[in-house]
Ligand binder design. Structure first.
Ligand code: IVH
Length: 664
């Protein structure tokens, strides 16, 4: 980006950020997530770092908070309440250290150590004590002037009203917050009354503390942690400040820790990514502070932020980036999916460069053009998608996208689906479709052949060594040797791995065929019901329609698949290649018979597919779509949106331990 472009981008970023900050801080409203706003702020920060002469005093990076609400009395902070810059990765942390190291002597640099605090998702708070008595409490406001919330703060039990100090005046800062439990209870009440739900605990904490009636505040059971004492000169380190606060009777966070170097800081951060779920309150990162107070002071302040501290955020499930291009992908069933090619960006800890756009209607709904700045997100382990276009950041150079009319792979005219918002390539022999079917056939949930992923399949196809999935069972080590850089040992291993999968349960085989609309669960139903491949091949449309778990669309697509001449040939080829399909045993009534399970999140001690198999072995059923008919929702780590839906439906939710007991 040249200077002029940077200047333009900076200008637009400032406008957008200011707009959302105003909504957030003044109106207590939110149009985009905290994560998306953080991501924009970070982009602005980075651009300003690269072009320091473009920093202006009114940039959002240079100011704090919002404007105080009219209804509250204003209180001037004697020392400005600062804010923190964000870091999102270990690299950002190293950059920070490098930036500040330049301002220190070699000796000071060697002595650098840190104090790490959990960053509570709440509201900053200032408490002023005179002769040991709480005199005023205020919010941050714009950093210089906040709102007088003294009456409300007195309802927060963890804030001491008197402290034992000789100091005439003492200013303490901290965070006021609400527990996850309170947050859920308040939202449950909102729902009962048919009112809008709060987006996060911080919104509730902010809303509760800015009540003109302290009785309402009292009913919210707010809590607090103190993290700084301003004018106590007796402490040399930040760690000592916390000890002093504790001595004075403030609630301090017991998990905060001294870290001797950056490695220890990174470990602390990693640890809390894993353990944050167990805390009774939300945290969104770790505040890292230079432990030595004299060095912290020496490093000074730039704009609104001290150089000596940084907020090391947790991986976010939303971020912002640019759409460099939109391409279409041909799936194994011929479905044409537009995909956004993104400027690479970190999301939930890994770099992403693509996001699905689902279909043409979705592009229209988003109003997306090539070159747009967008918010991308992902829930759980799902592929990332584009959530919103930041229209305000357009330069005028964005280009509209139109869906192609012919298949990008085989040039066949695309057909519009009558039932879905989809375009399809109808050509069964389309190379792109065949390639995708191949990937699917060997994928984890299908044949699961060790060492045979998309890359090797691409090479096998490109060299003409295989044409369809049946061919892989005929591969010999010598054939693989023809592939460039394919070592003898790996050829031997691959041939062995393929041979091992020559015996395959019917359900897995049906799923592996990649028939449109046939997922894992339906494949299991079909295998159970028909019992053998021959019976499936002979089944009429009425036979499929008669199955209770199968709708007319699914019935139509399986039936059509088995009728197709090419598919019949493929099945013969599997047979000739020596594939042995194992028919399911008529299941004796197991202890889970009649029970339906759904899984969300990852399990620690058992693979999710294996867990599903266990359920089925015991006579139970598994499903992928949430409904009232589910008996058990098994929630693992980082559960997805299914968990929320299950809660709304009031389903029976169990953890991994309970599940293991059930299948014992
Ligand atoms: S230290 C210069 N420690 O995070 C500010 N802040 O931008 C020094 N926060 O609004 C803050 N938990 O209110 C510190 N343990 C903690 C914190 C914490 C939450 C908030 C703080 C401020 C924001 C930083």
């Amino acid at each position: 980006m040249d200077k002029k472009q940077a200047q333009e981008r900076i200008k637009k970023l400032r406008e957008v950020i200011n707009y959302h900050r105003y909504l957030y801080h003044v109106q207590d409203k939110q149009e985009i997530s905290d994560a998306a706003l953080d991501s924009l702020k970070k982009e602005l920060f980075n651009l300003e770092q690269a072009h320091p002469d473009l920093i202006t005093p009114d940039s959002p990076t240079q100011r704090v908070g919002g404007v105080p609400l009219k209804e509250f009395k204003k209180l001037v902070h004697k020392t400005r309440m600062l804010s923190l810059n964000d870091a999102f990765s270990a690299d950002d942390m190293r950059d920070w250290l490098e930036r500040i190291s330049k301002l220190l002597t070699l000796q000071e640099k060697d002595q650098l150590d840190f104090y790490c605090e959990l960053k509570i998702d709440g509201l900053a708070l200032e408490l002023e004590y005179q002769n040991g008595m709480l005199k005023t409490a205020s919010t941050r406001g714009d950093g210089s002037v906040g709102e007088d919330i003294t009456q409300n703060i007195k309802t927060v039990q963890s804030v001491p009203l008197t402290i034992n100090t000789k100091e005439k005046e003492l200013v303490v800062r901290g965070e006021v917050f609400i527990s996850k439990k309170e947050f859920n209870a308040i939202n449950a009440l909102q729902k009962e009354k048919g009112l809008a739900l709060y987006a996060n605990p911080r919104n509730v904490a902010a809303g509760s503390i800015r009540q003109l009636d302290p009785k309402i505040t009292a009913s919210r059971n707010l809590d607090s942690f103190a993290y700084d004492v301003i004018n106590d000169v007796s402490c040399d380190t930040h760690e000592q400040k916390h000890a002093r606060l504790k001595e004075l009777g403030f609630k301090i966070n017991p998990h905060n820790a001294y870290c001797a170097n950056l490695e220890a800081v990174l470990r602390f951060h990693q640890r809390w990514i894993k353990e944050r779920e167990k805390l009774p309150y939300e945290i969104d990162g770790v505040v890292v502070i230079i432990n030595n107070n004299a060095l912290f002071e020496k490093l000074g302040v730039v704009g609104k932020t001290p150089r000596g501290a940084i907020a090391f955020k947790f991986p976010q499930n939303q971020t912002t980036t640019k759409v460099q291009d939109i391409r279409v992908q041909v799936g194994r069933t011929g479905a044409i999916t537009p995909v956004a090619i993104l400027e690479p960006v970190a999301l939930t800890g890994i770099t992403i460069s693509r996001a699905t756009l689902h279909n043409e209607d979705e592009i229209k709904r988003l109003g997306l053009k090539i070159g747009d700045s967008v918010i991308v997100g992902r829930a759980g382990d799902v592929i990332p998608d584009v959530i919103k276009v930041l229209v305000e950041l357009r330069t005028g150079k964005e280009k509209p996208f139109t869906m192609p009319r012919v298949c990008p792979s085989c040039r066949t005219k695309l057909e519009k689906s009558e039932t879905e918002a989809l375009l399809r390539c109808p050509n069964i022999k389309c190379p792109a479709r065949q390639r995708r079917s191949f990937y699917h056939f060997v994928s984890k949930k299908a044949l699961d052949i060790d060492g045979l992923g998309p890359k090797i399949i691409d090479r096998l196809l490109d060299e003409g060594l295989v044409q369809d999935p049946a061919d892989i069972f005929e591969l010999k080590e010598g054939d693989l040797a023809a592939l460039d850089r394919f070592a003898e040992k790996s050829a031997e291993n691959l041939v062995k791995a393929i041979a091992q999968k020559k015996q395959i349960p019917l359900a897995k085989f049906i799923y592996a065929l990649g028939i449109r609309n046939i997922g894992e669960e339906t494949a299991v139903d079909l295998a159970r019901h028909f019992g053998s491949l021959e019976k499936l091949q002979q089944a009429t449309l009425e036979d499929f329609d008669a199955l209770s778990d199968i709708g007319p669309i699914v019935a139509e697509s399986v039936h059509a698949w088995f009728l197709d001449k090419n598919n019949k040939e493929l099945l013969d080829k599997f047979d000739n290649a020596g594939l042995k399909i194992q028919n399911p045993q008529k299941s004796a009534k197991g202890k889970l018979s009649g029970k339906t399970f759904i899984f969300t999140g990852t399990l620690d001690s058992i693979d999710r597919n294996l867990a599903k198999e266990k359920v089925r072995d015991l006579g139970g059923q598994t499903t992928e779509s949430i409904s009232k008919n589910i008996d058990f929702v098994v929630a693992g780590n980082e559960p997805g949106s299914k968990l929320n839906k299950a809660q709304t439906l009031g389903l029976n939710i169990i953890g991994e331990k309970e599940f293991l007991k059930l299948i014992q």
